[in-house]
Design a protein around this ligand. Structure first.
Ligand code: MN
Length: 128
């Protein structure tokens, strides 16, 4: 069964690009456009990995990460923050909120899969 990856991202272009890159590698991609719906979907599908935009309308990504970390059933799922705010301390805030990784926008299509693969359970290299 293909690994499921949940993307929580409000920007259509970023959502499209990340979805395309992941699907081209055979992942099942599930999309959420805001924090609350992302949390609901995470509970329902228990994805292998969550890619989390930090700049979301309403509940921001830091709060989404904190809520996910407080859920005993979701605590073990890695969260990778994806953010365009390369401000000092931003990375630290993401880790403090419970993210395991941090990717800066703009997304680099040539390195993106490699960047996220270390946060996936098991290996994705079987496709060779
Ligand atoms: Mn955003």
């Amino acid at each position: 069964m293909n690994q499921k990856i949940l993307i929580i991202e409000d920007n259509d272009q970023n959502m499209y690009l990340i979805t395309f890159l992941l699907r081209s590698q055979g992942f099942d991609v599930i999309q959420a456009k805001d924090g609350p719906s992302g949390i609901e979907i995470a509970k329902e599908i228990k994805p292998a990995l969550i890619l989390l935009d930090i700049q979301l309308p309403g509940m921001d990504g830091y709060n989404v990460a904190k809520i996910l970390r407080e859920d005993s059933e979701l605590r073990s799922i890695n969260i990778v923050a994806v953010t365009s705010y390369a401000m000092l301390g931003d990375r630290e805030h993401a880790f403090e909120a419970g993210c395991s990784g941090y990717i800066e926008k703009p997304i680099n299509p040539e390195t993106f899969i490699e960047q996220i693969s270390e946060f996936l359970p098991g290996s994705i290299s079987e496709g060779g």
